[in-house]
Design a protein around this ligand. Structure first.
Ligand code: HXC
Length: 258
């Protein structure tokens, strides 16, 4: 792959968008490579994935404006679908994901970060959906995920004005969960990822599915979703091991994902 790299440190995977000459902008090749990289993640080994952009200037500065500039209506819609399908694959990946956002996360970059479960930002991070200034709407799920993450009023204000949001404001409105100096962002993301990876993987994945699926339905159905996922954790080696260890007042054996 030219523009997307995947590496693993123990049980933690790191997905890097690596197209620094264009501030990691997403052309269709980058999006297709991201799709392939997601398919290749070993779900038996990797327990948390960090998504980041190469370099310190940009996480991802958006979809590739050069590539989009001459699209027809039909091609525009198809480009939106290409990104939406891949970002939805990322959002529903059974493994938890953390976006480590250093620098610009604009347009498709902000949408990529919002497709992850958790967002950690550098003090230099800048978020925004500048699309209406380019004569388009967000097209990789930004109108939908931003409204769900920070509420429709705030989302509409940011979408209509195309205003950029710096890290402290992103933290205040809940667009990101924590802000760190550039130098420590990846260490902090790795610490969080390792902590997640140290918990029972079947249970962590069930939490992800319960939150994601439950938010799409009414509360009666949502608690049923939780009940089924809760039930699915029982009889697993990890559940038996952890609860037995508690009762025997000892530390549980490492989780085995079974
Ligand atoms: C293509 C991009 C790009 C992008 C940056 N570059 N963003 N190329 N698409 N989205 C390229 C520049 O053309 C330039 O290439 C190089 O990266 C460095 O960028 P500069 O603009 O020179 O850097 P700087 O002056 O520091 O400004 C940084 C910036 C600015 C503020 C982030 O690049 C910028 O505004 N970029 C566009 C941000 C944006 O509008 N994103 C939303 C796109 S729409 P050269 O070759 O000149 O060095 C979108 C829609 C998603 O994402 C949904 C689609 C369906």
């Amino acid at each position: 792959m030219d523009f997307v790299q995947f590496s693993a440190q123990g049980n933690v995977g790191i997905l890097t968008i690596n197209r620094p000459a264009a501030l990691n902008a997403l052309n269709d090749q980058v999006i297709r490579e991201l799709d392939a990289a997601l398919d290749q993640i070993d779900r038996n080994v990797i327990r948390c994935v960090i998504v980041r952009g190469a370099g310190e200037k940009a996480f991802v500065a958006g979809a590739d404006i050069g590539q989009m500039s001459t699209l027809s209506k039909q091609e525009g819609q198809a480009f939106g679908k290409l990104g939406n399908d891949v970002f939805r694959k990322l959002e529903t990946l059974p493994i938890p994901t953390i976006a480590a956002v250093c620098g610009f996360a604009l347009g498709g970059g902000c949408e990529l970060a919002m497709s992850c479960d958790i967002r950690l930002a550098s003090e230099t991070a800048v978020f925004g959906q500048p699309e209406v200034g380019l004569g388009i709407t967000p097209g990789f799920g930004g109108t939908q995920r931003m409204a769900r993450l920070i509420g429709p009023g705030r989302a509409k204000e940011l979408l209509y004005t195309a205003r950029k949001v710096k890290a402290p404001e992103a933290l205040a409105i809940g667009l990101v969960q924590a802000v760190y100096p550039v130098e420590t962002l990846m260490d902090e993301a790795m610490k969080m990822a390792q902590r997640i990876a140290g918990n029972a993987p079947i249970a962590v994945r069930a939490c992800k599915k319960a939150v994601n699926d439950g938010l799409q339905v009414d509360m009666d159905k949502a608690v049923e979703i939780e009940e089924a996922l809760f039930g699915s954790c029982f009889e697993t080696k990890d559940q038996r091991n952890a609860m037995t260890a508690f009762l025997e007042k000892r530390k549980a054996d490492p989780f085995v994902n079974e």
